[in-house]
Write a protein that binds this ligand. Sequence first.
Ligand SMILES: [Zn+2]
Length: 469
Amino acid sequence: MLKLKNTLTRRVEEFKPLEDKTVRMYACGPTVYGNIHIGNFRTFVAVDVLRRYLRYLGYDVRYVMNITDVDDKIIRGLKQSGKSLDEYTGLYAEQFLEDLKRLNIEMPDVLPRATAHIPEMAELMKRLDEHGHTYKSDGSLYYRIETFPEYGKLSGSKLDGNQAGARVDVDEYDKADARDFVLWKATKDEGEPSWPSPYGPGRPGWHLECSAMSMKYLGESFDIHCGGVDLIFPHHENEIAQSEGATGKPFVKTWFHVEFLQVEGEKMSRSKGNFYTLRDLVEKGYSPQALRFSLLSVPYGTQLNLTFDELHARQSSLERLLNFKARVLEFRAGAGSHSRAQDAITSARVAFEYGMNSDLNTSAALAAVFDLVRDLNIAMDGGEFAEGDKHATVSFLESVDSVFGVLGEATGKDIPPDLEARVEELIKERHAARRDRDFKRADQIRDELAGLGVVLEDTPQGTRWKLKQ
Ligand SMILES: [Zn+2]
């Protein structure tokens, strides 16, 4: 039974979908005003692992992630860019989707953009209006938080009597400053993006879009809402106030929040020079696969301090795993099976699931996999590994990888066909040189291959090669 920590109840709870075998889940997606940093990708990788593990358990998953394509930050960037809103946000949205692919994060079932859902937002404002949750001031529409007595239940922020009626117009603010928040911002500046609405021309506040779009695609009550811990207040608190204020029903059953990522022991920031995007890390020679592996190696509920030493070490452990998979696939096993190997695989599966069921403890689940790698390498060395064991191992690795998504072919570089032919030829030549005990020539060839970016590995089954990541 899967157990997940629920921010709303502050407990680790047994997970059960609201309806049958379908899990409906939503994640707050990126605000597209620049390249997304790796801290955000920690959240998206963790949510991807959650989604894949739910499927591993046999659930159908319907997953929606929004793209915020209008907000304070975008408007600031837009003014400097001189581009149209669509051009400006379209570019970053496209880069974000490319990064998702490179990190092997599966595409959401629906990827709605805020600006394409203004009518749904207007409808939600109307419902809030009818229930007496709103008021107008300076042409903008605000949510009066004292009309929703449960305000603060997610974040634990206290409603202070003397703050009643105080308002904020910005999209982000502190927990200590719980105030009436803006639903619809009246257009003040001529050049600003603006849409017509029953409340006059303007644009939506950031919080409104997620309530409107999640309920449109998942229903008024759904199973899991995901995001980084920085979104708990005010964003998710405000989403609850909007959705439950309009429907009178519980909005979300489980709130799933992913902890911060630090880089070299510090919060990422442009001014400290430790702000990284996926592109930056690829330029430094790390593969997207290794980054994905590093991000998911630490359980989502703990802070992750990513250092370059760590990233390097993770890249090596991933290689160990990939080499193991390749060795198993190439192993020429005899018929039958060995009970030692079979028992090791069964225990590994039990330990993997136990780890994942314990609030997605990915580090425990991975430890189970690495224990198996050690045991089966010994079994293969000792010739105690047969065809039946090979099948069971491959099937275990496939099911683990349906969750972790790191064992596919290296995605970093495509190998040009002429290079492939040249490499194969050099490897044959090197074999011949070694057979003739011409080790000097064999080493020369190895150096030549290294110059082409090729890494060789000699195994009992022959020589394997790959391009250096
Ligand atoms: Zn959101």
